[in-house]
Design a protein around this ligand. Structure first.
Ligand code: AGP
Length: 604
């Protein structure tokens, strides 16, 4: 999705902005642009459809300045093109705006401005903001922006420059992140800390409805209605190196390999051996409240929704509270009954996904208690929820989620264990789960050590144009997530079904050209899963099984280490991340930036 980066200080701004844009490339975009305050006054802008390197190639030799803003755009209003790329300048070229989000009343505002004689240069919703700022008669840039925002409906993270105020950048936030980076006599702004982390770890995250005026050696924050706010800088937990590839060929590979450490991190400091439970500091839920929960409803999108499905089965199994997971995007449009005794849990890696955030806001408006299971500390969803569990997977740069999925499921195990031990889970079962959790990092490492063999297997199936993924109960969300992973990065069509549903329809698809991946844990459903494989085999289907022992019915088996039944889904998902990765590699796909996808989906 769109990305913003800006700088004001003493350094040559163009290289800094380009570096920042490159760090935002992972979010997905289709065009990019930059504007600076030229040394001889006035604004200079360059824009290009395509990658940041294409923008870089267009930047003239003489493009010097020490203040500028830049943007990567992911098209919503108007096709990807040079004209629609941000920044958008007014007719005189004196005001420049970069914007993340969507102006909902753009057509209405555009019609009014056009009726007043304004000629638009693009098809974007953003350009209305530029003209509104340019036409404001207010004295300061802050006031001009405030006036413009008064008539804007929708979501925004914006950065604005004005040729008459070359010593400042004004930024504002409503539903789309804006982070200020505080340096030594220099200030940065970005929509994501990744863009500024190599320069400073001191940041201020704006709240919705907040704006800021940045000067080289100073900044002030206030609400969009003009009340001063106090901003206390925080230190970002991660070093710049965490955002680098660290010797791997892709971020996806790096992030798959980081999983033993990531799991170790989500467990660290949380296990309480004395009472066979866990401490979750940020939950804000006392024992009496926990006992009063009648249902748990988990909301997320994509991979986070899948992690939520496993989370629901963990909560139901360990805490004996009825629980389910639903795509947040669907939930918020079906006028759900919001029950005071239900605990709602919003799941998100980025903490920015619009559909999840909107569901949280709707729930809060109706008085529900909402917790977050979120990776990005201080993100919008983390801030909007009443408490929660941080996933501590570390920065996830690849568009497709791997380590964060695994850590989210582990975080759900902690939540389920915590709720279970407050309710009816025995000490012995608590201990059993804790021992299982402690085994995970080494067991994941064991799976990763077999990467070469898994890569060979992936090559065997890379010629498929379509694949079926099946699993039962705990194995079904694993099948869903593995099929999503494969389709996202290899573009191979993949379907996931409960193995029990095969004979109710999908069996019609089975033939030699459509291989099946079967999730076959050694649990009470082993024989049922074997019977499903039998059904596939009888239709001449090829089978790749992920199991705890060689499966006679399968053409190939990836054997994974056994843990407690409840924790097996975590381990069974890992080799299938590698299968997706090596399939995509064999097909020559752009693994970290798959076509049409963005890392954070901040629009509806
Ligand atoms: C993951 O591989 C996907 N690219 C996508 O489904 C993602 O999980 C989804 O958009 C939700 O993102 P979030 O976890 O940041 O909310």
């Amino acid at each position: 999705m769109c990305g913003i980066v800006g700088y004001i200080g003493k350094r040559d701004v163009a290289p800094l902005l380009l570096e920042g844009l490159q760090r935002l490339e992972y979010r997905g975009y289709d065009s990019a642009g930059v504007v600076i305050s030229g040394r001889s006054g006035g604004l200079k802008a360059v824009k290009a459809k395509g990658r940041v390197r294409e923008l870089e190639a267009r930047i003239p030799k003489r493009f010097a300045g020490t203040t500028g803003i830049a943007h990567t755009r992911w098209a919503t209003h108007g096709a990807p093109s040079d004209e629609n790329a941000h920044p958008h300048l007014d007719t005189e070229g004196r005001v420049a705006v970069v914007h993340n989000g969507i102006v909902d009343n753009a057509s209405e505002l555009r019609a009014k401005l056009e009726a007043d004689g304004v000629v638009f240069a693009s098809e974007t919703d953003t350009e209305v903001i530029t003209h509104l700022v340019a036409r404001s008669q207010a004295e300061s840039l802050e006031e001009k922006v405030r006036e413009a925002l008064k008539v804007i409906e929708g979501t925004y993270g914006i950065a604005v420059m004005h040729a008459d105020f070359p010593d400042r950048i004004v930024v504002a936030r409503n539903g789309s992140p804006v982070v200020l980076g505080i340096g030594e006599k220099e200030m940065f702004v970005a929509s994501d800390v990744a863009a500024l982390i190599s320069h400073t770890r001191q940041v201020v995250t704006l709240d919705d409805g907040e704006m800021a005026t940045l000067k080289a050696d100073d900044f002030r924050t206030c609400t969009t209605s003009g009340t001063r706010t106090t901003a206390t800088p925080e230190t970002v937990e991660w070093e710049a190196a965490s955002y680098d590839m660290g010797g791997h060929d892709t971020y996806m590979h790096k992030e798959i390999c980081e999983q033993p450490d990531a799991v170790d991190r989500v467990l660290r400091g949380r296990i309480d051996d004395k009472f066979s439970t866990v401490h979750l500091g940020g939950l804000n839920l006392d024992a009496r409240e926990a006992r009063g929960i009648r249902r748990v409803k988990i909301l997320g999108c994509g991979t986070s929704y899948h992690a939520g499905l496993i989370g629901a089965s963990l909560i139901e199994g360990l805490a004996r509270i009825p629980a389910d997971s639903e795509p947040a995007s669907e939930f918020r449009y079906r006028n759900p009954v919001v029950d005071p005794d239900t605990l709602y849990v919003a799941v998100s890696q980025s903490g920015e996904t619009y559909d999840v955030l909107a569901a949280v806001q709707e729930l809060k408006r109706k008085g529900a208690r909402v917790l977050g299971v979120v990776n990005v500390v201080g993100s919008a969803i983390a801030r909007e929820t009443d408490g929660g569990v941080y996933v501590h997977a570390g920065p996830e740069v690849c568009v497709v989620s791997t380590k964060c999925f695994t850590n989210t499921v582990v975080a759900f195990t902690l939540l389920a264990l915590h709720l279970g031990r407050i309710r009816d889970l025995s000490v012995a079962d608590g201990k059993r789960i804790i021992e299982g959790l402690r085994k995970l990092p080494a067991q994941i490492q064991e799976i990763l050590a077999r990467e070469e063999d898994i890569a060979k297997l992936a090559a065997e199936y890379a010629d498929a144009t379509s694949m079926m993924f099946i699993g039962r109960v705990r194995g079904y969300p694993v099948a869903l997530e593995a099929s999503l992973k494969l389709k996202e990065i290899s573009y191979i069509h993949a379907e996931a079904y409960p193995a029990s549903e095969l004979k109710h329809g999908p069996l019609a698809l089975i033939e030699p050209a459509m291989p099946t991946v079967a999730i076959v844990p050694d649990d009470s459903l082993l024989e049922k899963n074997r019977a499903a494989m039998e059904e596939v085999k009888a239709r001449s289907g090829r089978i790749l099984a992920v199991a705890h022992q060689e499966q006679a019915k399968a053409d190939h088996t990836i054997v994974v280490p056994k843990n407690e039944d409840e924790l097996d889904p975590i381990l069974m998902g890992i080799p299938l991340q590698l299968v997706a990765y090596h399939t995509a590699l064999a097909l020559g796909r752009d693994i970290d930036k798959p076509r049409n996808l963005a890392k954070s989906v901040t629009v509806e």
